[in-house]
Ligand binder design. Structure first.
Ligand SMILES: NC(=O)c1ccc[n+]([C@@H]2O[C@H](COP(=O)([O-])OP(=O)(O)OC[C@H]3O[C@@H](n4cnc5c(N)ncnc54)[C@H](O)[C@@H]3O)[C@@H](O)[C@H]2O)c1
Length: 464
């Protein structure tokens, strides 16, 4: 067995550290490359889990199959990834014919459960993109399937791997502010990135479970990991006050819209070659309009979200997500019995910076941004002391460098012991979406929701 293959096997076992049994597909003694099949050849599947794997790790893995319900996007995806593997529009046929060891799921969120469950049942290990799924019933079905299977399931969380997020974890782990008491966490999406969710399938509750799940799963996973406990109860408010039916006018799609000169959100997809090749050229197959109107009537998700979450270790969280901010960034305060941590990223006024928000969004969406370095401060303010400013170096693109580090951990440096516990398992995937699902249920019912009422998982005081 090659050294790199052994490293890969070990990395996957470590990623699944929160599950009981090491992943089975990567049994020792094999000299051949790991066989991967991917379902969902959209932007994330073709770039991060497609082309990047082929470019960086072809000595230890190979694609044996690609699948998507859109045959046009599938063929373009194959070309973009740079593989000669077979393509399928039927997942079961792909798995039967190509016998992959690992299935990667990068489809629309609401369909993750289908492929996770089928993949496990058909004898494959499965790596899924976040969010694990979009509601509590599908979540329970995934938990049941994973328990029945001798194969393993990994959730590809990348935010934990950003050096900035890791620094906050390190301070908390080192007891810098004593026992955690409360957290304020507020995330602001700008009028490019925030708006883009409302143009796409993400604007429909049925497809993405709302941004409470699709987007906040990232934030709740970070918070669960930092707080090192599991959520027990959530109460939330939310509304749709800006996008969707609230817009001043509507059109069929930006390309043909009669309001293109008046609408501040007009987006010319024809100027973006990758977006045209990935989506617009294949609309005839599935009717999916990538530059859809963000003021269309059928948008039914929230664009204003606020929640309070109580953790099993008694920490309380005040959380909000804004979807039409003039800048994109976030800020957080963590209070402990011995002090406070303040952290933020991309708040332009704090640096006296003028950021081109449109350019920043284009780089993030294309997932091709160069690894430009930047420095962001974390404040540590111990009780009775002057505050300390800690400068953390991180990349501007790829979720603060989290994307790259997640891959490197899986494929390049698997044997390094991770003292920060950044590896995320199925339970982490579930706990991060259950806060968002609970928030939705709370808005619907006007009542606080107990996380233990959603699935059979009982919140633990300490993660483990
Ligand atoms: N971790 C991150 O930072 C990150 C970033 C972007 C996207 N994502 C996740 O990656 C996934 C894909 O997102 P995307 O931005 O690439 O979306 P996308 O719309 O570009 O791609 C989704 C693909 O799934 C296909 N699809 C839809 N329903 C399907 C079905 N039933 N069976 C098979 N294929 C189906 C679509 O045709 C499309 O090609 C999502 O779950 C998203 O949450 C994660």
């Amino acid at each position: 067995m090659t050294n790199s293959r052994r490293k890969f096997i070990s990395s996957i076992s470590m990623l699944a550290a929160t599950t009981a049994v090491p992943l089975s597909a990567f049994s020792f003694g094999k000299s051949k490359k790991l066989k991967i099949a991917l379902v969902g050849t959209g932007v994330r599947g073709t770039s991060f889990w497609g082309k990047r794997l082929v470019d960086q790790y072809s000595d230890i893995l190979e694609f044996v199959g690609l699948c998507d319900i859109n045959p046009g996007r599938l063929e373009y995806g194959k070309e973009y990834i740079g593989t000669s593997c077979r393509t399928f529009t039927d997942f079961e046929e792909m798995v039967k014919k190509t016998k992959p060891e690992l299935v990667i799921v990068t489809t629309k969120d609401s369909t993750h459960h289908e492929y996770i469950i089928k993949g496990l049942e058909m004898g494959c290990d499965v790596l899924t993109e976040k969010p694990l799924t979009t509601d509590e019933i599908k979540c329970q079905a995934i938990l049941d399937a994973e328990r029945k299977s001798d194969k393993k399931l990994i959730v590809g969380f990348n935010y934990r791997w950003s050096p900035y997020a890791t620094k906050v974890k390190e301070l908390i782990m080192n007891n810098a502010i004593g026992k955690l008491v409360s957290v304020d966490f507020h995330w602001y999406l700008n009028t490019y990135h925030g708006a883009s969710y409302f143009r796409r399938w993400h604007g429909e509750m049925e497809s993405g479970g709302s941004l409470w799940v699709h987007k906040s799963t990232h934030h709740f996973d970070l918070l669960n990991w930092w707080i090192d406990s599991e959520p027990s109860e959530v109460f939330a408010y939310g509304d749709l006050e800006f996008y969707g039916k609230n817009g001043p006018f509507k059109g069929e799609k930006c390309r043909t819209c009669e309001h293109k000169h008046d609408c501040k959100f007009h987006w010319d997809i024809t100027k973006d070659e990758r977006m045209m090749k990935l989506y617009a050229n294949h609309e005839n197959h599935d009717g999916y309009i990538r530059d859809n109107c963000l003021f269309r009537e059928d948008i039914d998700i929230y664009d204003k979200m606020s929640a309070q979450v109580k953790y099993a270790n008694n920490t309380v969280l005040n959380y909000s997500l804004t979807t039409y901010s003039p800048y994109e960034g976030w800020r957080m305060g963590i209070n402990g019995t011995e002090g406070r941590i303040e952290a933020w990223q991309d708040i332009p006024y704090f640096k006296n910076d003028s950021i081109d928000e449109a350019e920043k969004h284009a780089k993030e969406m294309a997932q091709t941004g160069k690894e430009e370095l930047t420095y962001e401060p974390v404040i540590l303010h111990k009780l009775w002391n002057k505050h300390e400013t800690i400068q953390v170096g991180l990349e501007k693109s790829g979720h603060g460098g989290g994307d790259k580090r997640l891959h490197d951990k899986i494929f390049k440096n698997p044997e390094t012991v991770d003292e920060y516990g950044r590896t995320a398992g199925v339970r982490d995937g579930a706990m991060s979406i259950l806060i968002g699902i609970g928030a939705r249920r709370s808005i619907e019912s006007g009542q606080p929701i107990k996380i233990s009422d959603l699935t059979d998982l009982k919140p633990k005081v300490q993660r483990g």
